[in-house]
Write a protein that binds this ligand. Sequence first.
Ligand SMILES: *Cc1c(COP(=O)(O)O)cnc(C)c1O
Length: 421
Amino acid sequence: MSTADLFQQHVLPTYGRFPLVPVSGAGCRLWDDAGKSYLDFCTGIAVCSLGHCHPRLVEAIREQAGKLIHCSNLYQIPLQAELAEEINVHHVKIPGKLFFSNSGAEANDGLIKSARRFGHKRPQPDGSPRYEVITFLQSFHGRTLGSMSATGQAKIQEGFDPLLPGFRYLPFNDIAALENSIRPETAAILLEPIQGEGGVNTATPEFLRAVAALCKKHDLLLFFDEVQAGFGRCGDSMAWRMIAPEIEPDGISWAKGMGGGVPIGSFWLSDRAIDENGTAFSSLMGPGSHGSTYGGNPLVCAASLAVLKEIREKELAEHAILMEVRIQQTILSWKLPVVTEIRGRGLLLGVGLDPALIPTPEGKTAALVVVNRLMDRGLLLPPAGPQTIRLLPPLNVTEAEIDEALAILHSVLTEFSHPPA
Ligand SMILES: *Cc1c(COP(=O)(O)O)cnc(C)c1O
């Protein structure tokens, strides 16, 4: 039986899967079951930061698998401690503490729980806890009940109501809408500095600064969801630093690129004092407040350490900026009418498409039509919303690989120069 048939019989049809069957990968390349090779600018949706089967990552996993794969968080885990230190000292560079999860959605759930703890510690004037988390339209925070409720996209929530209460969605990059948006029950603001799934929308520096100022003014927590944008992808270890480097958030979530393909996520809480007694925000998540059986086990921590050290030592965030410039300049030089704009930073880039120039069969978006055609020619990219394609190559992608991918992109996009007859 074919893989597609087995899927149909035995796997819940929650994904609209492409017919592609990948069986092996190396660096920027992926091979399917028929031996056809692809340039992979999807990288498992910004997960394989070092490309496929990077020797340093493979070796770290092999070595740790032969030593100790899992032990409980009931015990001390040296690699988890080492990973937390690597992230705090070399990446976040603000005093704080980490919790390790298995995914981005879980990391955001951790931030939401932390906001509620804060709301109990710093309640409303009438003594009742604060609990509301403000998020933004077109955001994506995950698929658990908590992170789905935080997500500002109706299509993600359809048919799953009642949602978790305590969320309100504001328009992204709209400073005027921020004014008067805070209510007595508001405890935190959560946002992606660069929205990924929602179409690759970058927060403006003015907007980020206005959000940070509002948090200060109203004693709110400022949370960044860096699940897709973090750890070098956008040109700095932390994406918000590409936009407004002076901002110090109270919480951060990560997953995707931090493990290079092993399931690991994390959330970080600041040690900042939240009251006159010097209570650290991070201390609110004390013993018994949160947990995960797998979270931060020796195997995934060994893998993540290898990935983050490689990104830091090889200066791959800086490399991402150089590659961004190459991509932007090349695409803009084509002057193709079908390209409306390029959004994003580093190697989280969205190419906006003019849907009027792309014939779309029933049920297909302009982005999907282009993605399918690129796949036929050997380039893998994910869409980001109905009229944006996303470029997410590995952070160590070479100039030659960029040029090869752009040549394919150019040949496909030139086919959409005229309105369909
Ligand atoms: C992918 C993503 C998530 C969810 O991560 P999962 O690991 O799929 O749970 C959350 N936030 C952002 C910004 C993401 O891109």
